[in-house]
Write a protein that binds this ligand. Structure first.
Ligand SMILES: Cc1cc2nc3c(=O)[nH]c(=O)nc-3n(C[C@H](O)[C@H](O)[C@H](O)COP(=O)(O)OP(=O)(O)OC[C@H]3O[C@@H](n4cnc5c(N)ncnc54)[C@H](O)[C@@H]3O)c2cc1C
Length: 377
């Protein structure tokens, strides 16, 4: 019997998995890819939208353009997952799978940070970035806090990038001298696995007068007093709060019984869950790697190779190595790069490449290559 592959979520992980299965298995692949949105947006595009560098319409990649042999894309909202039966219920239908891959990413838990929804802004969703794009031009003086409300959070360098790009933005508008910027982060350094990247970021913060508050998260906001309360009880007054909300797995995953400690536990070598023929890749899983698109893609490659080997009778792939490269915006049009290796050694390691023009072009190529591969653009 032909296997029915059902892939839940068309983000970095789901798109790469469906693409690889389609390439290998062709029009007989039998893949159903389900997402509730009508378009994909790269995480880093939210920074572009927030600072007015790109319009939202420029960064949307419509799923209508994701046309692959053997893949059926369904725009449906997943309302229940039965991992034992490999049965998925959506707002439109019930889908039975022989192999189920959960790639539903991480959602934001605004209620976990009292006051955030009323008194703060966030730049981790397209809507939040759009609101900030409209609000930032009216900000001319005062204290801005870029504040992380919980770990793990997507793309650990992103709050540092936001602080540096904000410094650029306020300087360009001639109001930087009337503003202070603080960055509150639950880690001791900006990018813990790479001391060199962290040192370069701390130097950039010092040069630009950005205060780094390490080892702390924002636990609540008091919008009445315009104060952010940190997890040690310290209070920081703010005029503008740019938050990274606490993350959690989507409700449908939590309600499925698949999650342990908030996310889906997997064998980090194979991405298998404890349920037969059910895999989880990307931000929705606990793999021991950061929540970032490059890692979702890497995990999807291992699952794809394993499934293709099962269908075609080849060797199983080597274990997932937890390696990935992230580009880091340093402001002033400069981009650096950190290569991290989370799983192949006894502890995570990272190597840093100084910001350069070559890396600006490399980051553009990173996006362009995926746009071409997934969306034929
Ligand atoms: C500001 C910012 C900057 C970033 N920069 C980078 C970067 O430079 N490099 C990098 O690698 N990563 C970056 N990231 C992180 C990256 O965007 C995520 O880690 C990545 O998208 C995770 O991929 P995923 O496939 O696991 O999940 P996602 O890409 O989040 O995909 C999950 C999909 O599941 C769908 N879904 C969820 N629930 C349901 C449901 N109930 N029904 C139907 N569909 C559902 C969603 O619509 C979504 O399309 C950044 C993130 C942010 C916020």
């Amino acid at each position: 019997m032909k296997a029915r592959f059902v892939v839940l979520g068309a983000g970095f992980g789901g798109l790469e998995l469906a693409t690889l299965l389609s390439e290998a298995l062709g029009s007989d692949a039998g893949i159903t890819l389900i997402d509730e949105n009508d378009a994909f947006v790269f995480g880093y595009s939210k920074l572009d939208v927030m600072f007015g560098r790109k319009a939202p319409s420029e960064v949307r990649l419509p799923y209508a353009d994701f046309a692959k042999p053997g893949v059926r894309f369904l725009r449906e909202t997943i309302t229940a997952i039965d991992p034992e039966a490999r049965r998925v219920t959506t707002n439109r239908a019930v889908h039975e799978a022989d192999v189920l891959v959960v790639a539903l990413g991480a959602d934001y838990d605004f209620d976990a940070t009292p006051g955030l929804a009323e008194g703060g802004s966030e730049f981790y969703s397209v809507r939040g970035a759009e609101r900030l794009r409209d609000l930032l031009p009216t900000f001319t003086r005062g204290h801005v806090i870029v504040g992380v409300c919980g770990a793990p959070f997507k793309c650990p360098p992103a709050p540092s990038e936001a602080a540096l790009l904000l410094d650029d933005y306020l300087s360009r508008r001639g109001v930087r001298d009337d503003c202070e910027i603080s960055l509150v982060m639950p880690f001791g350094t900006p990018v813990p696995p790479s001391p060199d990247t962290s040192a370069a970021l701390l130097t950039a913060f010092a040069e630009r007068g950005i205060e780094f508050v390490p080892g702390r998260r924002v636990s609540s906001l008091d919008p009445g007093r315009n104060v952010a309360v940190l997890d040690d009880g310290a209070e920081l007054p703010y005029d503008l709060f740019l938050g990274v909300p606490k993350h959690r797995a989507p409700d449908v995953v939590l309600e499925s019984g698949m999650a342990t400690d908030g996310y889906i536990a997997v064998d980090s070598r194979t991405l298998e869950t404890r349920f037969a023929d059910v895999y989880a890749v990307g931000d929705v899983a606990t793999v021991g790697v950061p929540k970032a698109g490059v890692f979702s893609e890497g995990a999807a490659r291992v699952v794809a190779a394993s499934l293709i080997a099962r269908v075609q009778g080849g060797e199983q792939p080597p274990a997932y190595d937890g390696r990935g490269a992230c580009y880091v915006e340093f402001g002033a049009g400069r981009v650096g790069r950190v290569d991290v290796d989370f799983l192949s050694g006894p502890k995570p390691t990272g190597t840093f490449q100084e910001p350069s023009h070559v890396l600006v072009a490399e980051k553009q190529h990173f996006g362009a290559s995926r746009r071409a591969r997934w969306f034929s653009r």
